[in-house]
Design a protein around this ligand. Sequence first.
Ligand code: RFL
Ligand code: PHB
Length: 390
Amino acid sequence: MRTQVGIVGAGPAGLMLSHLLHLQGISSVVLESRSRDYVEHRVRAGVLEQGSVDLLRATGLGDRLDREGLRHEGIELRFDGESHRVAMTELTGRAITVYGQQEVVKDLIAARLAAGGTILFSAEATRLSGLESPSPVVHYRYEGRDEELHCDFVVGCDGFHGVSRSAVPDGVLHTYERTYPFAWLGVLAAAAPAVDELIYAHHERGFALYSMRSPEISRLYLQVPADEDIADWPDERIWAELRTRLETVPGWSLNEGPILEKAITPLRSFVVEPMQWQRLYLAGDAVHIVPPTGAKGMNLALADVALLGDAFAAWYADGRTDLLDDYSRTALRRVWRAQQFSWWMTSMLHRLDADDPYEAKLQSSALRYLTTSPAYATSLAENYVGLPAV
Ligand code: RFL
Ligand code: PHB
């Protein structure tokens, strides 16, 4: 098979890139190791920055998002038995939209298939070759056979565990990373959200987050130790811990309901530089991971491929290489802003070291400062809703 741009991975990055290329008249094929059903039902991110919403609308994907997405103009911080609102829209003029990642993925798949695009599901890329030539190849397994996808460029959008990054020879890439001694236990519950806005709660037993997906579905997270086993968390224990960490304000209680799904995700900060080698471009979680506290992962993936869409358009329209050459440098500016913001939010809100009361005092002071200083709160708000330029 031959196409102009070969894309590995049908997450938000790969699918959005294929959609953007199609709008520019550039052909692409997306290879995805999982089934369509699997990627459409994988519960992950939920917060779209203003810039991501603008991109989805501008490329014809705004209809269901505008009908079902929940626009939020603030977030709540809970700590020391108090509750404070960060009025994001008042402070920045911008807002976030709560709309599940799997809904973005469904909308993108539907748009690509309606336009006659090719997404091969259950097609696992096994290796890349010829990246230094004008015609690189993605080798993949499909329906029990070894196949080849020949293209002008390969874009690795295959997430943290994908194969694309490892096609770059040793010594080229630099890795920057941080692991945290805790993870998030995330649950999806058939319970009406008890609030209109997200609650980020700092508690001596650990961080908790109250989010949602719709007027009927809540999405909740608990900080747990990094090596925690989900089998040790029956539903009753999860609800009890959520109540302890979130019901800290007099007269407020959460709504409980059947837990539809639960999983534990480790927290990690990770960046690989540069994001390109020869004819291979890397985007999204394949080259950078942020802890979810800043809600940046999916937004960064979309921002990467927005740059790539313009860069390939310039190359195919008039042979311009400047945008392709600048891709890594330009993308990394936003990536590092999100890294710092996500690390800062994570450090401020989680229980770090139980034996270090000094850390806990710093956290309380930072949280209190956010509630008294518009300048500090604006810094949080403008990063959270997404900076137009970085
Ligand atoms: P994805 O979504 O991981 O997609 C990669 C795809 O590549 C496929 N693949 C392969 N396909 C073919 N051949 C191979 N060899 C392959 N290897 C892998 C995989 O099956 C997959 O379909 O990466 P992408 O597109 O870069 O998107 C990144 C986002 O998914 C990720 O950053 C976010 O989910 C992170 N994240 C959040 N981001 C936000 O912006 N806001 C949030 O509120 C937010 N909350 C979260 C999150 C991630 C979480 N988890 C579970 C990691 C909350 C959680 C709990
Ligand atoms: C979510 O709704 O899944 C969510 C919201 C905010 C975050 C992370 C995840 O910071």
